[in-house]
Design a protein around this ligand. Sequence first.
Ligand code: GLN
Length: 240
Amino acid sequence: MLKIAVLYPELLGTYGDGGNALVLSSRARQRGIEAQVTAVSLDDEIPSADILLLGGGEDGPQRQATFALAKNGALAQRVNNGAILLAVCAGFQIIGTSYEVEGGLHVDGLDLIEAVTTRGEKRRVGNLLTRVGERWLVGFENHGGETQLGDDEVGLGVVSVGAGNAKRAASGDVVDGVRRGRIYGTYAHGPVLAQNPWFADELLSAALGYQLEPLASVADELHRERVSAVGGVEASSLNY
Ligand code: GLN
């Protein structure tokens, strides 16, 4: 049984990122793998799931979620014990060193990765397209924060359209999100896994410990169309 847990959807559900759980469970089940999705509320224990999901949210709920996660203390332990973590936007900021909310208040993050988020001059709203290895990750960003990764951190992908972290990484690139071991962070909503089926399969494969066979579906075609529309990339050149 593959266990997927959505953390604090009542606080971090604003941008529909809970849909990532539906995509993961559906793609697992279509391969005959039983999957269970649990919504974890503020007072619940963080379960020992295979995949943990943190979504985006506005500044107030984001702070509330951060305090609850810090008090609970179990997230880092779950990841250290082998859980995959996908953290989107506010979730990505929460797992970093610190972030700044509107009004200039700096909030301590969970320190799972080294990343400092400050307020940008303008809110970044629009399409986001990043290159992740051989693939394109497409989504939608909507955030006021700009994130500087620590020198030892690696972004999830290199930004082609949009802002992503908006700050230059040690590599000199403007990157989106972070990738460290079992931790994946991104600014991409969508939900990101609905728009990028290959990425859902990457997370599933990482959680299961073996490479899943591709699962052809209309989602692949929609992905190619989105990448093409956002990036001006020829859809026919995307042969995956
Ligand atoms: N509150 C954060 C920001 O504006 C995150 C927003 C989000 O999750 N979309 O930067």
